[in-house]
Design a protein around this ligand. Structure first.
Ligand code: PLP
Length: 371
């Protein structure tokens, strides 16, 4: 049996009628930039995630970058980011001319450790970007408290957290701004690139929209050196067709996660424990193993495709060589990079596929420990 990591085509087939109709509607509308479809999705997504304003942009990296610029981040500023994240979180800070200042997770969590954030704040610090990595909400309350005490912003990177819930409220308006990606593989994915910024702050939303529209609020009047970064109406129409299914798909992910955790949670503990994982959107199910590469090979031999999120932390990428952070400088991020492994968890996995993954993991782990 083969278990692909992701099966995007199944999503399309499940909603083929709605999606085809949505695409046709845009083609027939004669309006191919902005317009009613984008606005309708922005409104639908705002009510979904509990934000008063949503601004569609071209992708998740732009969502982070435009939000940072709208929050006045520029050269000379520092922004606190997780050491263990997808590199886009860092790139957005660098693209504003500011410096990403990494903070580690602890040994029993994947997300940024609020206790270590305070120690990294300097007079240059402008804000904090917690990432809800793998779909698990970061510890927002302590981070927001620290930010408020020091006059900093909190910009959430929610690219992996559509539908996730923190303390009874969906991710979408806890921090000053929230950046979203609709890259096809995300929990809410378009059929191409897409992104958005959500916020409670109307003037911030207006600034993001202005910056993504050539720095213009009124046609041919330019207030800032802006960008062209807009959510495509075809993608917006597809996203609006998919949005009503997200809770159901996330529930399916959650049920698979529960099965995995019961089967091998104690052995391959994915921190923290399941009782603390309320509200997790289960974008990824990540296990850890000291002999990760061998485990991945054995699973592949058993027909189970796995991925690594992420094999090399941002500070060890050539792109950040200038920061001068060598091996051992961010040990938790480095340890995670060498031990994490993501199992298939899409909503379209069949029960037989889930059983196959569980059996393959159990067999591989047993054979590695006997070797
Ligand atoms: C996917 C992702 C991004 C970037 O989103 P794009 O739409 O691909 O630009 C940023 N941050 C995290 C954590 C992501 O997973």
């Amino acid at each position: 049996m083969n278990v692909p990591f992701l099966d995007l085509r199944s999503t399309y087939l499940e909603l083929q009628t709605e999606i085809d109709e949505a695409v046709q509607r845009v083609l027939n509308s004669g309006s191919y930039i902005g317009g009613a479809e984008v606005e309708a999705f922005e409104n639908a997504f705002a009510s979904f995630c509990g934000a008063s304003h949503v601004v569609g942009v071209a992708n998740g990296l732009d969502a982070l970058k435009l939000a940072l610029l709208a929050l006045d981040v520029g050269p000379g500023d520092e922004v606190i980011v997780p050491s263990h994240t997808f590199i886009a979180t860092w790139l957005a800070v660098s693209q504003c001319g500011a410096t990403p200042v990494p903070v580690e997770p602890t040994a029993d969590a994947f997300n940024i450790d609020p206790q270590q954030v305070a120690a990294r704040i300097t007079p240059k610090t402008k804000g904090i970007i917690p990432v809800h990595l793998y779909g698990e909400p970061a510890e927002l309350d302590p981070l927001i408290n620290i930010a408020n005490r020091h006059g900093l912003f909190v910009l959430e990177d929610a690219a992996q957290a559509h539908g996730a819930v923190y303390r009874g409220r969906r991710i979408g308006s806890h921090g000053h701004a929230v950046a979203w990606s609709f890259y096809p593989g995300k929990n809410l994915g378009a059929f191409g690139d897409g992104g958005a910024v959500s916020t409670r702050d109307e003037s911030l939303a207006r600034r993001v929209r202005m910056l993504g529209n050539y720095g213009s609020r009124t046609k041919y009047v330019n207030d800032a050196i802006g960008f062209n970064s807009r959510l495509d109406p075809i993608q917006a129409a597809i996203l609006r067709a998919k949005l009503p299914r997200i809770d159901e798909w996330n529930a399916r992910r959650s049920a698979i996660a529960e099965q995995y955790t019961q089967a091998f949670g104690p052995l391959l503990a994915t921190p923290p424990g399941p009782q603390e994982r309320q509200g997790h959107a289960w974008h990824l199910y990540v296990i850890r193993h000291p002999d990760r590469d061998r485990l991945q090979q054995q699973l592949s031999d058993a027909g189970v495709t796995t991925l690594i999120h992420y094999p090399r932390p941002p500070h060890q990428q050539e792109a950040y060589a200038s920061l001068g952070r060598g091996v051992g400088s961010l040990p938790m991020a480095e340890q995670y990079a060498s031990t994490v492994l993501s199992l298939p968890i899409g909503p379209h996995l069949t029960p037989a596929q889930v059983d196959h993954v569980i059996e393959a993991v159990a067999n591989s782990v047993a054979s590695i420990s006997q070797a």
